[in-house]
Design a protein around this ligand. Sequence first.
Ligand SMILES: NC(=O)c1ccc[n+]([C@@H]2O[C@H](COP(=O)([O-])OP(=O)(O)OC[C@H]3O[C@@H](n4cnc5c(N)ncnc54)[C@H](O)[C@@H]3O)[C@@H](O)[C@H]2O)c1
Ligand SMILES: O=C(O)C(=O)C[C@@H](O)[C@H](O)[C@H](O)COP(=O)(O)O
Ligand SMILES: [Zn+2]
Length: 388
Amino acid sequence: MTDAPVPPVSQPGAGAAAVTTVPVALGERSYDILIGRDISAFAVRRVAALAPGGAVAIVTDETVGALHGARIAAALEEQGLRVARVTVPPGEGSKSYAQFAAVCDAIIAAKIERGDLVLALGGGVVGDLAGFAAASVRRGVRFVQWPTTLLAQVDSSVGGKTGINSPHGKNLVGAFHQPSLVVADMALLDTLSEREFRAGYAEVVKYGLIDDPAFFAWCEQNGSAVFQAGEACARAVAKSCTAKAAVVARDEHENGDRALLNLGHTFGHALERACNYDGARLVHGEGVAIGMALAFRFSVKLGLANGQDAQRVARHLEAVGLPTLLQDVPGDIGDADSLLEAMAQDKKVRRGALTFILARGIGESFIARDVAREDVRAFLEDEFANAR
Ligand SMILES: NC(=O)c1ccc[n+]([C@@H]2O[C@H](COP(=O)([O-])OP(=O)(O)OC[C@H]3O[C@@H](n4cnc5c(N)ncnc54)[C@H](O)[C@@H]3O)[C@@H](O)[C@H]2O)c1
Ligand SMILES: O=C(O)C(=O)C[C@@H](O)[C@H](O)[C@H](O)COP(=O)(O)O
Ligand SMILES: [Zn+2]
């Protein structure tokens, strides 16, 4: 990642809005992320070019489908594609075995062939679910990510992690399946709720905390402007996608430093499971915000980072209204032992040993293997005891 939040090359999208293109360099699986406002007219032509005269199954959720589905379906039909629509209920509960089976069968029933397309129109839930269905049906159909939340535009639509949840933990069943194109149209964020916008912002801040202190400082200065879904937001999306594209290009299957993108997630995923994936209590980005604050405080407790940095992280997250404490999660989240049990199912676990993303400071995150369970338990017990 670079020091200044400068987005990559912009070009006019035929006839209208400027489109910033961020390439994801993965050899024969390379693809572009198109970023801009009101870019759908340009983007549907790029989608159609992937499968000229073919078919596309738009997978969406009820909320996004009602707001944006008809317009995008019509635009794709105008490009000569046959369009089928597949709709799931909104929310994390749809990353389930039941919805996975329903989506796969609907794609098959729509006679989507290997040379056709699945198009995920929605947030990270739809992207992860539709992407996994695309990876599985006929052993692999190409797919397009058309993210409609800030979280999906800055993170989940890029990098090819797809999957569903198990009662044992988050994203435990899935596949790496890269999209063929990503379309991040800022205009779609206009209908997003404030709470969901804020949750997505947690994953933006993450890129600064991993290895880009200048970007974290930029977030501190410009965080509230990002929430206007204008120029600052487009910059944050381009910056985030550029950072993620670089990590994914180096380490597509998370054998090494892609795990840094998991900052805050070992704690966050355990909290999501503790809430039984009930978005009314905790959505993913909120879990990540608490998880990042915990990762910094844990780093301080282990003598790795200084307290001022941990406070600065929590201060910024709180300034935009994100939660940073275990006590911020409504209802019962169990205790240190039950959270540890959830963490034992984390995909970064090796031979039973916990791996965390910890930090020596802001922008100095690193992968800590073999973290002692006793240290985690003692830290969590302190956190449970320390009410605000
Ligand atoms: N694959 C990855 O790399 C990756 C990365 C980060 C997160 N994730 C996953 O992403 C999921 C979270 O994604 P999310 O935060 O986008 O949640 P989400 O997909 O549940 O969307 C949030 C809510 O906003 C609504 N919504 C979406 N777009 C809208 C719009 N434009 N206007 C109005 N309402 C809209 C949805 O209906 C939903 O109710 C989690 O399951 C998480 O594990 C995956
Ligand atoms: O793309 C990645 O790699 C990430 O870790 C991004 C995370 O924000 C995302 O939540 C991801 O789904 C978590 O991956 P998991 O392997 O811990 O399920
Ligand atoms: Zn995440």
